[in-house]
Design a protein around this ligand. Sequence first.
Ligand SMILES: Cc1cc2nc3c(=O)[nH]c(=O)nc-3n(C[C@H](O)[C@H](O)[C@H](O)COP(=O)(O)OP(=O)(O)OC[C@H]3O[C@@H](n4cnc5c(N)ncnc54)[C@H](O)[C@@H]3O)c2cc1C
Ligand SMILES: NC(=O)c1ccc[n+]([C@@H]2O[C@H](COP(=O)([O-])OP(=O)(O)OC[C@H]3O[C@@H](n4cnc5c(N)ncnc54)[C@H](OP(=O)(O)O)[C@@H]3O)[C@@H](O)[C@H]2O)c1
Length: 446
Amino acid sequence: MASRERIGLIGAGPSGMALLRAFSLAEKAGAQVPEVVAFERQDDWGGQWNLDWRTGADKYGEPVHSSMYRDLWINGPKECMEYPDYPFDRHFGRAVPSYLPREVMSEYIRARMQDVDVRGQIRFSTAVRWVQKHDDGRFRLTAQHLVSGESVVEEFDRIVVASGHFHTPQVPSWPGIESFRGQVQHAGDYRSAEGYVGKRVLVIGSSYSGQDLALQLHRAGAKHVTTAYRKQPQDIAWPQGMDEQPEVQRFDGNTVTFAGGAQAEYDMVLLCTGYLHHYPFLPQELALGGPNLLCPIGLWKGVVWHDDPDVLYVGASQQLFTLTLLEAQAYFARDVLLGRVEVPEAEERKADMDAWFERMTQIDGPPAALAYQGAYIQDLSAHTDCPEVDVEAVAETFLQMRDARIEDVRTFRDRQHRSTVTGTMAVPHHTPWMQEFDDSAENFQR
Ligand SMILES: Cc1cc2nc3c(=O)[nH]c(=O)nc-3n(C[C@H](O)[C@H](O)[C@H](O)COP(=O)(O)OP(=O)(O)OC[C@H]3O[C@@H](n4cnc5c(N)ncnc54)[C@H](O)[C@@H]3O)c2cc1C
Ligand SMILES: NC(=O)c1ccc[n+]([C@@H]2O[C@H](COP(=O)([O-])OP(=O)(O)OC[C@H]3O[C@@H](n4cnc5c(N)ncnc54)[C@H](OP(=O)(O)O)[C@@H]3O)[C@@H](O)[C@H]2O)c1
Protein backbone atom coordinates (compact mmCIF):
# COMPACT_ATOMS: atom_id res chain seq x y z
CA MET A 1 0.00 0.00 0.00
CA ALA A 2 1.36 3.44 -0.96
CA SER A 3 2.26 5.55 2.06
CA ARG A 4 0.18 8.62 2.78
CA GLU A 5 1.47 11.73 1.01
CA ARG A 6 3.04 14.37 3.29
CA ILE A 7 2.55 18.10 2.77
CA GLY A 8 4.76 20.64 4.56
CA LEU A 9 2.92 23.91 5.20
CA ILE A 10 4.96 26.97 6.16
CA GLY A 11 2.96 29.51 8.15
CA ALA A 12 -0.27 29.45 10.14
CA GLY A 13 -1.60 32.92 9.49
CA PRO A 14 -5.01 33.38 7.82
CA SER A 15 -3.69 31.65 4.64
CA GLY A 16 -2.30 28.58 6.41
CA MET A 17 -5.37 28.42 8.65
CA ALA A 18 -7.64 28.51 5.57
CA LEU A 19 -5.70 25.64 3.99
CA LEU A 20 -5.82 23.48 7.13
CA ARG A 21 -9.54 24.12 7.47
CA ALA A 22 -10.22 23.35 3.79
CA PHE A 23 -8.42 19.99 4.13
CA SER A 24 -10.29 19.18 7.31
CA LEU A 25 -13.67 19.92 5.71
CA ALA A 26 -12.76 17.71 2.73
CA GLU A 27 -11.82 14.90 5.10
CA LYS A 28 -15.10 15.26 7.02
CA ALA A 29 -16.87 14.96 3.68
CA GLY A 30 -15.14 11.64 3.09
CA ALA A 31 -12.06 12.55 1.06
CA GLN A 32 -8.76 10.76 1.59
CA VAL A 33 -6.44 13.61 2.49
CA PRO A 34 -2.65 13.76 2.78
CA GLU A 35 -0.89 14.31 6.08
CA VAL A 36 -0.43 18.07 6.42
CA VAL A 37 2.18 19.28 8.91
CA ALA A 38 2.27 23.03 9.51
CA PHE A 39 5.26 24.96 10.86
CA GLU A 40 4.60 28.26 12.60
CA ARG A 41 7.36 30.31 14.18
CA GLN A 42 4.99 32.27 16.42
CA ASP A 43 3.53 30.71 19.58
CA ASP A 44 0.01 30.99 18.18
CA TRP A 45 -1.84 31.16 14.88
CA GLY A 46 -3.19 34.39 13.35
CA GLY A 47 -0.11 35.68 11.49
CA GLN A 48 -0.07 39.45 11.05
CA TRP A 49 -3.08 39.81 13.37
CA ASN A 50 -0.96 38.88 16.41
CA LEU A 51 0.21 42.32 17.45
CA ASP A 52 3.73 42.34 18.91
CA TRP A 53 4.91 45.35 20.87
CA ARG A 54 8.47 44.44 19.93
CA THR A 55 10.24 45.60 16.78
CA GLY A 56 13.26 44.00 15.16
CA ALA A 57 13.79 40.75 17.06
CA ASP A 58 11.17 38.77 18.96
CA LYS A 59 11.70 36.96 22.25
CA TYR A 60 13.54 34.17 20.44
CA GLY A 61 15.71 36.56 18.43
CA GLU A 62 13.64 35.83 15.30
CA PRO A 63 12.46 38.73 13.09
CA VAL A 64 9.20 40.13 14.52
CA HIS A 65 6.50 39.03 12.11
CA SER A 66 3.63 41.45 12.67
CA SER A 67 3.69 44.93 11.15
CA MET A 68 0.43 45.83 12.87
CA TYR A 69 0.18 48.61 15.44
CA ARG A 70 -1.92 50.09 18.21
CA ASP A 71 -5.13 51.74 16.97
CA LEU A 72 -5.13 49.74 13.75
CA TRP A 73 -8.68 49.37 12.46
CA ILE A 74 -9.47 47.48 9.29
CA ASN A 75 -9.04 49.67 6.23
CA GLY A 76 -12.05 48.40 4.31
CA PRO A 77 -15.51 47.57 5.70
CA LYS A 78 -15.79 44.16 7.35
CA GLU A 79 -18.49 43.42 4.77
CA CYS A 80 -15.64 43.18 2.21
CA MET A 81 -13.75 40.64 4.33
CA GLU A 82 -16.62 38.40 5.38
CA TYR A 83 -16.22 34.63 5.09
CA PRO A 84 -19.47 33.47 3.43
CA ASP A 85 -19.51 30.34 5.61
CA TYR A 86 -18.92 32.31 8.81
CA PRO A 87 -20.99 35.51 8.63
CA PHE A 88 -20.38 38.27 11.13
CA ASP A 89 -24.00 37.87 12.31
CA ARG A 90 -23.14 34.38 13.53
CA HIS A 91 -19.91 35.55 15.14
CA PHE A 92 -21.32 38.54 17.00
CA GLY A 93 -24.96 37.43 17.37
CA ARG A 94 -26.05 40.96 16.44
CA ALA A 95 -25.35 43.77 13.98
CA VAL A 96 -22.08 45.61 14.69
CA PRO A 97 -20.24 48.53 13.02
CA SER A 98 -18.54 48.09 9.63
CA TYR A 99 -15.04 48.86 10.89
CA LEU A 100 -13.39 46.64 13.48
CA PRO A 101 -10.26 47.19 15.54
CA ARG A 102 -7.44 44.66 15.05
CA GLU A 103 -8.23 42.62 18.17
CA VAL A 104 -11.85 42.08 17.13
CA MET A 105 -10.90 41.12 13.57
CA SER A 106 -8.31 38.75 14.95
CA GLU A 107 -10.95 37.06 17.15
CA TYR A 108 -13.21 36.64 14.12
CA ILE A 109 -10.46 34.93 12.09
CA ARG A 110 -9.71 32.57 14.98
CA ALA A 111 -13.33 31.85 15.89
CA ARG A 112 -14.04 30.60 12.39
CA MET A 113 -11.68 27.71 13.04
CA GLN A 114 -13.99 26.30 15.75
CA ASP A 115 -15.67 23.85 13.36
CA VAL A 116 -12.41 22.00 12.67
CA ASP A 117 -9.83 20.35 14.88
CA VAL A 118 -6.51 21.19 13.25
CA ARG A 119 -4.30 22.84 15.86
CA GLY A 120 -2.63 19.51 16.52
CA GLN A 121 -1.23 19.62 12.97
CA ILE A 122 0.72 22.80 13.73
CA ARG A 123 4.23 22.85 15.20
CA PHE A 124 4.17 26.18 16.98
CA SER A 125 7.29 28.16 17.93
CA THR A 126 9.04 26.38 15.10
CA ALA A 127 10.83 28.27 12.34
CA VAL A 128 11.45 26.71 8.95
CA ARG A 129 15.10 27.27 8.13
CA TRP A 130 15.59 25.53 4.80
CA VAL A 131 13.71 23.54 2.18
CA GLN A 132 15.55 21.60 -0.48
CA LYS A 133 14.31 19.26 -3.19
CA HIS A 134 16.42 16.16 -3.61
CA ASP A 135 17.01 13.89 -6.59
CA ASP A 136 14.32 11.50 -5.37
CA GLY A 137 11.77 14.30 -5.89
CA ARG A 138 11.08 14.72 -2.17
CA PHE A 139 11.72 17.80 -0.09
CA ARG A 140 13.88 17.87 3.04
CA LEU A 141 12.59 20.58 5.32
CA THR A 142 14.78 21.78 8.19
CA ALA A 143 12.94 23.40 11.06
CA GLN A 144 14.10 24.65 14.43
CA HIS A 145 12.06 24.53 17.60
CA LEU A 146 12.69 27.98 19.06
CA VAL A 147 12.17 27.02 22.70
CA SER A 148 14.50 24.00 22.83
CA GLY A 149 16.77 25.14 19.99
CA GLU A 150 16.50 21.64 18.53
CA SER A 151 16.53 21.21 14.75
CA VAL A 152 14.72 18.51 12.81
CA VAL A 153 14.83 17.48 9.17
CA GLU A 154 11.63 16.03 7.77
CA GLU A 155 10.67 14.75 4.35
CA PHE A 156 7.69 15.99 2.41
CA ASP A 157 6.26 15.26 -1.02
CA ARG A 158 5.03 18.78 -1.57
CA ILE A 159 5.41 22.17 0.05
CA VAL A 160 2.95 25.03 0.59
CA VAL A 161 4.40 28.45 1.37
CA ALA A 162 1.99 30.61 3.38
CA SER A 163 4.52 32.74 5.23
CA GLY A 164 3.05 36.14 4.31
CA HIS A 165 4.71 39.03 2.52
CA PHE A 166 4.22 42.07 4.72
CA HIS A 167 6.94 41.42 7.28
CA THR A 168 10.26 42.32 5.65
CA PRO A 169 10.41 46.09 5.06
CA GLN A 170 11.41 47.51 1.71
CA VAL A 171 13.73 50.37 2.62
CA PRO A 172 14.77 52.55 -0.33
CA SER A 173 17.23 55.43 0.01
CA TRP A 174 17.30 59.06 -1.08
CA PRO A 175 20.27 61.37 -1.70
CA GLY A 176 21.34 63.06 1.51
CA ILE A 177 19.07 61.08 3.86
CA GLU A 178 22.06 60.20 6.03
CA SER A 179 22.27 63.94 6.88
CA PHE A 180 18.71 63.97 8.29
CA ARG A 181 18.73 64.70 12.02
CA GLY A 182 15.65 62.99 13.30
CA GLN A 183 14.06 59.57 13.52
CA VAL A 184 13.60 57.60 10.31
CA GLN A 185 11.28 54.64 10.87
CA HIS A 186 9.70 52.06 8.57
CA ALA A 187 5.98 51.36 8.99
CA GLY A 188 6.84 47.78 9.92
CA ASP A 189 8.48 49.12 13.09
CA TYR A 190 5.74 51.63 13.91
CA ARG A 191 3.69 50.65 16.96
CA SER A 192 1.97 53.85 18.14
CA ALA A 193 1.73 57.59 17.47
CA GLU A 194 2.90 59.02 20.82
CA GLY A 195 6.46 59.80 19.70
CA TYR A 196 5.17 61.83 16.75
CA VAL A 197 3.02 64.27 18.75
CA GLY A 198 4.00 67.91 18.06
CA LYS A 199 6.40 66.89 15.26
CA ARG A 200 6.59 67.76 11.56
CA VAL A 201 6.40 64.37 9.89
CA LEU A 202 7.11 63.27 6.34
CA VAL A 203 5.35 60.03 5.38
CA ILE A 204 6.87 58.51 2.22
CA GLY A 205 4.62 56.10 0.29
CA SER A 206 0.99 56.57 -0.62
CA SER A 207 -0.59 53.15 -0.35
CA TYR A 208 -2.52 51.69 2.60
CA SER A 209 0.17 52.18 5.24
CA GLY A 210 0.99 55.68 4.02
CA GLN A 211 -2.62 56.71 4.06
CA ASP A 212 -3.56 55.20 7.40
CA LEU A 213 -0.44 56.19 9.29
CA ALA A 214 -0.51 59.79 8.00
CA LEU A 215 -4.02 60.07 9.37
CA GLN A 216 -3.15 58.29 12.63
CA LEU A 217 -0.35 60.79 13.26
CA HIS A 218 -2.56 63.74 12.36
CA ARG A 219 -5.34 62.71 14.72
CA ALA A 220 -2.87 61.95 17.50
CA GLY A 221 -1.48 65.51 17.37
CA ALA A 222 1.47 65.66 14.98
CA LYS A 223 2.21 69.32 14.19
CA HIS A 224 2.12 68.74 10.43
CA VAL A 225 2.02 65.64 8.24
CA THR A 226 3.09 65.54 4.59
CA THR A 227 2.48 62.44 2.51
CA ALA A 228 4.78 61.98 -0.49
CA TYR A 229 3.60 59.84 -3.39
CA ARG A 230 5.72 58.36 -6.14
CA LYS A 231 3.42 57.62 -9.06
CA GLN A 232 0.04 59.15 -8.36
CA PRO A 233 -1.42 61.62 -5.89
CA GLN A 234 -4.13 60.18 -3.66
CA ASP A 235 -7.78 61.07 -4.21
CA ILE A 236 -7.96 62.66 -0.79
CA ALA A 237 -8.80 66.15 0.40
CA TRP A 238 -6.25 66.29 3.22
CA PRO A 239 -7.48 68.22 6.26
CA GLN A 240 -5.71 71.25 7.67
CA GLY A 241 -2.39 70.18 9.15
CA MET A 242 -1.73 67.74 6.31
CA ASP A 243 -0.57 68.08 2.72
CA GLU A 244 0.65 65.98 -0.16
CA GLN A 245 3.80 66.30 -2.22
CA PRO A 246 5.28 64.41 -5.18
CA GLU A 247 8.36 62.22 -4.94
CA VAL A 248 11.23 63.10 -2.62
CA GLN A 249 14.32 64.27 -4.55
CA ARG A 250 16.80 64.82 -1.74
CA PHE A 251 17.45 65.58 1.90
CA ASP A 252 19.76 68.40 3.07
CA GLY A 253 19.81 67.95 6.83
CA ASN A 254 16.17 68.34 7.82
CA THR A 255 15.15 70.10 4.60
CA VAL A 256 13.47 67.93 2.02
CA THR A 257 13.18 68.84 -1.66
CA PHE A 258 10.34 67.30 -3.62
CA ALA A 259 10.00 66.76 -7.39
CA GLY A 260 8.79 70.10 -8.68
CA GLY A 261 11.12 71.98 -6.35
CA ALA A 262 8.99 72.54 -3.23
CA GLN A 263 10.96 72.38 0.02
CA ALA A 264 9.97 71.85 3.64
CA GLU A 265 11.55 70.96 6.99
CA TYR A 266 10.71 67.84 8.97
CA ASP A 267 11.51 66.36 12.36
CA MET A 268 10.65 62.75 11.57
CA VAL A 269 10.31 60.48 8.55
CA LEU A 270 8.03 57.46 8.34
CA LEU A 271 8.72 55.11 5.44
CA CYS A 272 5.54 53.50 4.17
CA THR A 273 7.35 51.99 1.23
CA GLY A 274 5.94 48.49 1.44
CA TYR A 275 7.50 45.08 1.99
CA LEU A 276 9.67 42.60 0.12
CA HIS A 277 8.77 39.08 -0.84
CA HIS A 278 11.26 37.33 1.41
CA TYR A 279 11.63 33.57 1.65
CA PRO A 280 15.04 32.98 3.23
CA PHE A 281 14.19 29.30 3.74
CA LEU A 282 13.86 28.63 0.00
CA PRO A 283 16.57 28.20 -2.62
CA GLN A 284 16.41 30.92 -5.24
CA GLU A 285 14.83 28.69 -7.86
CA LEU A 286 11.76 28.19 -5.66
CA ALA A 287 11.48 31.68 -4.15
CA LEU A 288 8.96 34.21 -5.40
CA GLY A 289 10.37 37.70 -5.96
CA GLY A 290 9.30 40.97 -7.51
CA PRO A 291 7.00 43.69 -6.23
CA ASN A 292 3.61 43.33 -4.52
CA LEU A 293 1.42 42.51 -7.53
CA LEU A 294 -2.15 41.37 -8.12
CA CYS A 295 -0.57 38.78 -10.43
CA PRO A 296 2.71 37.63 -8.85
CA ILE A 297 5.25 36.55 -11.41
CA GLY A 298 5.93 32.81 -11.71
CA LEU A 299 2.77 31.41 -10.11
CA TRP A 300 0.22 29.57 -12.19
CA LYS A 301 -3.22 30.76 -11.02
CA GLY A 302 -1.36 32.79 -8.40
CA VAL A 303 -0.82 29.53 -6.47
CA VAL A 304 1.33 26.91 -8.22
CA TRP A 305 5.04 27.62 -8.72
CA HIS A 306 5.43 27.32 -12.48
CA ASP A 307 9.02 26.07 -12.40
CA ASP A 308 8.17 23.33 -9.90
CA PRO A 309 4.46 22.56 -9.40
CA ASP A 310 5.27 20.60 -6.24
CA VAL A 311 5.63 23.98 -4.54
CA LEU A 312 2.51 26.06 -3.96
CA TYR A 313 1.98 29.50 -2.45
CA VAL A 314 -1.10 30.79 -0.65
CA GLY A 315 -1.47 34.51 0.05
CA ALA A 316 1.30 35.79 -2.22
CA SER A 317 -0.86 38.18 -4.27
CA GLN A 318 -1.48 41.82 -3.55
CA GLN A 319 -4.61 41.77 -1.43
CA LEU A 320 -7.76 43.76 -2.17
CA PHE A 321 -10.38 41.19 -1.17
CA THR A 322 -7.96 39.85 1.48
CA LEU A 323 -9.56 37.07 3.53
CA THR A 324 -11.83 35.77 0.77
CA LEU A 325 -8.91 35.92 -1.68
CA LEU A 326 -6.78 33.83 0.69
CA GLU A 327 -9.70 31.42 1.06
CA ALA A 328 -10.10 30.97 -2.70
CA GLN A 329 -6.36 30.33 -3.03
CA ALA A 330 -6.39 27.87 -0.12
CA TYR A 331 -9.23 25.83 -1.64
CA PHE A 332 -7.48 25.87 -5.01
CA ALA A 333 -4.20 24.73 -3.45
CA ARG A 334 -6.00 21.98 -1.53
CA ASP A 335 -7.68 20.70 -4.67
CA VAL A 336 -4.43 20.73 -6.62
CA LEU A 337 -2.90 18.70 -3.79
CA LEU A 338 -5.89 16.33 -3.77
CA GLY A 339 -5.60 15.86 -7.53
CA ARG A 340 -9.05 17.34 -8.05
CA VAL A 341 -7.57 20.18 -10.08
CA GLU A 342 -5.25 19.04 -12.80
CA VAL A 343 -2.09 21.10 -13.29
CA PRO A 344 -1.67 21.48 -17.06
CA GLU A 345 1.59 21.20 -18.97
CA ALA A 346 4.11 24.03 -18.77
CA GLU A 347 3.12 25.62 -22.07
CA GLU A 348 -0.54 25.87 -21.09
CA ARG A 349 0.36 27.21 -17.63
CA LYS A 350 2.59 29.83 -19.17
CA ALA A 351 -0.10 30.97 -21.61
CA ASP A 352 -2.57 31.34 -18.74
CA MET A 353 -0.07 33.25 -16.57
CA ASP A 354 0.80 35.56 -19.46
CA ALA A 355 -2.87 36.27 -20.15
CA TRP A 356 -3.53 37.24 -16.49
CA PHE A 357 -0.38 39.33 -16.39
CA GLU A 358 -1.32 41.15 -19.58
CA ARG A 359 -4.79 41.78 -18.19
CA MET A 360 -3.19 43.24 -15.05
CA THR A 361 -1.20 45.74 -17.12
CA GLN A 362 -4.51 47.13 -18.48
CA ILE A 363 -5.79 48.10 -15.02
CA ASP A 364 -6.39 51.83 -15.00
CA GLY A 365 -7.72 52.50 -11.50
CA PRO A 366 -9.35 51.01 -8.39
CA PRO A 367 -12.62 49.84 -10.04
CA ALA A 368 -10.61 47.92 -12.65
CA ALA A 369 -8.30 46.51 -9.98
CA LEU A 370 -11.29 45.24 -8.00
CA ALA A 371 -12.88 43.78 -11.12
CA TYR A 372 -9.59 42.05 -11.91
CA GLN A 373 -9.21 40.43 -8.50
CA GLY A 374 -12.93 39.57 -8.43
CA ALA A 375 -12.59 37.78 -11.79
CA TYR A 376 -9.49 36.01 -10.51
CA ILE A 377 -11.33 34.76 -7.41
CA GLN A 378 -14.16 33.53 -9.63
CA ASP A 379 -11.66 31.80 -11.90
CA LEU A 380 -10.13 29.93 -8.95
CA SER A 381 -13.46 29.16 -7.29
CA ALA A 382 -14.91 27.65 -10.47
CA HIS A 383 -12.50 24.74 -9.91
CA THR A 384 -13.39 24.11 -6.24
CA ASP A 385 -16.26 24.06 -3.76
CA CYS A 386 -14.98 27.22 -2.07
CA PRO A 387 -17.99 29.04 -0.54
CA GLU A 388 -19.11 31.56 -3.12
CA VAL A 389 -18.41 35.26 -2.72
CA ASP A 390 -20.56 37.79 -4.55
CA VAL A 391 -17.50 39.57 -5.91
CA GLU A 392 -19.48 42.23 -7.78
CA ALA A 393 -21.40 43.18 -4.63
CA VAL A 394 -18.20 43.22 -2.55
CA ALA A 395 -16.46 45.39 -5.18
CA GLU A 396 -19.43 47.76 -5.07
CA THR A 397 -19.06 48.01 -1.29
CA PHE A 398 -15.34 48.73 -1.68
CA LEU A 399 -16.17 51.52 -4.12
CA GLN A 400 -18.74 52.99 -1.71
CA MET A 401 -15.97 53.02 0.90
CA ARG A 402 -13.61 54.68 -1.57
CA ASP A 403 -16.17 57.41 -2.36
CA ALA A 404 -16.65 57.99 1.37
CA ARG A 405 -12.88 58.25 1.84
CA ILE A 406 -12.54 60.74 -1.01
CA GLU A 407 -15.38 62.76 0.52
CA ASP A 408 -13.72 62.87 3.93
CA VAL A 409 -10.80 60.68 4.92
CA ARG A 410 -11.51 61.45 8.58
CA THR A 411 -15.01 60.00 8.62
CA PHE A 412 -15.06 57.09 6.16
CA ARG A 413 -14.68 54.60 9.01
CA ASP A 414 -17.84 56.00 10.62
CA ARG A 415 -19.98 54.75 7.71
CA GLN A 416 -22.13 51.63 7.68
CA HIS A 417 -22.30 49.02 4.95
CA ARG A 418 -24.56 46.05 4.20
CA SER A 419 -23.43 42.43 4.36
CA THR A 420 -23.39 40.77 0.96
CA VAL A 421 -23.82 37.43 2.76
CA THR A 422 -26.74 38.04 5.12
CA GLY A 423 -28.10 41.43 4.02
CA THR A 424 -27.60 42.81 7.54
CA MET A 425 -26.90 46.53 7.73
CA ALA A 426 -24.09 47.56 10.06
CA VAL A 427 -24.81 49.90 12.97
CA PRO A 428 -22.84 53.04 13.94
CA HIS A 429 -19.92 52.74 16.37
CA HIS A 430 -20.42 54.64 19.62
CA THR A 431 -17.48 57.01 18.99
CA PRO A 432 -16.33 58.74 15.78
CA TRP A 433 -13.07 57.16 14.59
CA MET A 434 -11.15 60.43 14.79
CA GLN A 435 -11.84 60.52 18.53
CA GLU A 436 -11.60 56.78 19.19
CA PHE A 437 -8.32 55.99 20.96
CA ASP A 438 -9.39 52.76 22.61
CA ASP A 439 -8.81 49.85 20.24
CA SER A 440 -9.75 47.09 22.71
CA ALA A 441 -12.38 44.45 22.00
CA GLU A 442 -14.04 45.37 25.29
CA ASN A 443 -14.51 49.00 24.26
CA PHE A 444 -15.74 47.95 20.81
CA GLN A 445 -18.42 45.67 22.28
CA ARG A 446 -19.72 48.06 24.94
C1 LIG B 1 -0.12 46.70 8.85
C2 LIG B 1 -1.07 45.76 8.18
C3 LIG B 1 -2.43 45.97 8.24
C4 LIG B 1 -3.31 45.11 7.60
N1 LIG B 1 -4.65 45.39 7.67
C5 LIG B 1 -5.51 44.58 7.05
C6 LIG B 1 -6.92 44.86 7.09
O1 LIG B 1 -7.35 45.87 7.63
N2 LIG B 1 -7.76 43.98 6.52
C7 LIG B 1 -7.30 42.86 5.89
O2 LIG B 1 -8.12 42.06 5.43
N3 LIG B 1 -5.98 42.59 5.80
C8 LIG B 1 -5.09 43.42 6.35
N4 LIG B 1 -3.74 43.16 6.26
C9 LIG B 1 -3.29 42.07 5.40
C10 LIG B 1 -2.89 40.79 6.19
O3 LIG B 1 -1.58 40.53 5.84
C11 LIG B 1 -3.82 39.66 5.83
O4 LIG B 1 -5.10 39.94 6.39
C12 LIG B 1 -3.38 38.29 6.36
O5 LIG B 1 -2.76 38.40 7.63
C13 LIG B 1 -2.44 37.56 5.42
O6 LIG B 1 -2.36 36.23 5.89
P1 LIG B 1 -1.15 35.23 5.55
O7 LIG B 1 -1.42 34.01 6.31
O8 LIG B 1 -1.00 35.16 4.08
O9 LIG B 1 0.16 35.96 6.07
P2 LIG B 1 0.54 36.35 7.56
O10 LIG B 1 -0.64 36.87 8.29
O11 LIG B 1 1.71 37.23 7.41
O12 LIG B 1 0.97 34.96 8.24
C14 LIG B 1 2.13 34.27 7.85
C15 LIG B 1 2.57 33.35 8.96
O13 LIG B 1 3.75 32.64 8.54
C16 LIG B 1 4.64 32.52 9.65
N5 LIG B 1 6.01 32.36 9.16
C17 LIG B 1 6.72 33.22 8.39
N6 LIG B 1 7.95 32.72 8.15
C18 LIG B 1 8.02 31.52 8.78
C19 LIG B 1 9.03 30.54 8.91
N7 LIG B 1 10.22 30.67 8.33
N8 LIG B 1 8.77 29.45 9.65
C20 LIG B 1 7.56 29.28 10.24
N9 LIG B 1 6.56 30.19 10.15
C21 LIG B 1 6.79 31.29 9.42
C22 LIG B 1 4.45 33.83 10.40
O14 LIG B 1 4.86 33.74 11.75
C23 LIG B 1 2.94 34.07 10.26
O15 LIG B 1 2.21 33.55 11.33
C24 LIG B 1 -2.82 44.00 6.89
C25 LIG B 1 -1.44 43.77 6.83
C26 LIG B 1 -0.58 44.62 7.46
C27 LIG B 1 0.89 44.38 7.37
N1 LIG C 1 -5.82 48.27 8.21
C1 LIG C 1 -5.09 49.28 7.83
O1 LIG C 1 -5.40 50.44 8.06
C2 LIG C 1 -3.78 49.01 7.13
C3 LIG C 1 -2.73 49.87 7.39
C4 LIG C 1 -1.52 49.61 6.79
C5 LIG C 1 -1.36 48.54 5.91
N2 LIG C 1 -2.41 47.74 5.66
C6 LIG C 1 -2.23 46.57 4.76
O2 LIG C 1 -0.86 46.25 4.69
C7 LIG C 1 -0.52 45.77 3.42
C8 LIG C 1 0.71 46.51 2.91
O3 LIG C 1 0.39 47.88 2.60
P1 LIG C 1 1.55 48.94 2.39
O4 LIG C 1 0.91 50.24 2.11
O5 LIG C 1 2.51 48.86 3.51
O6 LIG C 1 2.36 48.39 1.12
P2 LIG C 1 1.99 48.46 -0.43
O7 LIG C 1 0.52 48.48 -0.63
O8 LIG C 1 2.77 47.41 -1.10
O9 LIG C 1 2.51 49.89 -0.91
C9 LIG C 1 3.86 50.25 -0.93
C10 LIG C 1 3.97 51.74 -1.21
O10 LIG C 1 5.36 52.08 -1.17
C11 LIG C 1 5.61 52.96 -2.22
N3 LIG C 1 7.04 52.94 -2.57
C12 LIG C 1 7.82 51.86 -2.77
N4 LIG C 1 9.09 52.26 -3.05
C13 LIG C 1 9.08 53.60 -3.02
C14 LIG C 1 10.06 54.60 -3.23
N5 LIG C 1 11.30 54.29 -3.56
N6 LIG C 1 9.69 55.90 -3.11
C15 LIG C 1 8.43 56.22 -2.81
N7 LIG C 1 7.45 55.33 -2.58
C16 LIG C 1 7.78 54.03 -2.70
C17 LIG C 1 4.72 52.47 -3.35
O11 LIG C 1 4.60 53.48 -4.31
P3 LIG C 1 4.01 53.22 -5.79
O12 LIG C 1 2.53 53.13 -5.59
O13 LIG C 1 4.44 54.43 -6.51
O14 LIG C 1 4.63 51.95 -6.28
C18 LIG C 1 3.44 52.18 -2.56
O15 LIG C 1 2.70 53.37 -2.41
C19 LIG C 1 -1.78 45.92 2.58
O16 LIG C 1 -2.41 44.66 2.49
C20 LIG C 1 -2.66 46.84 3.37
O17 LIG C 1 -4.04 46.59 3.21
C21 LIG C 1 -3.63 47.96 6.24
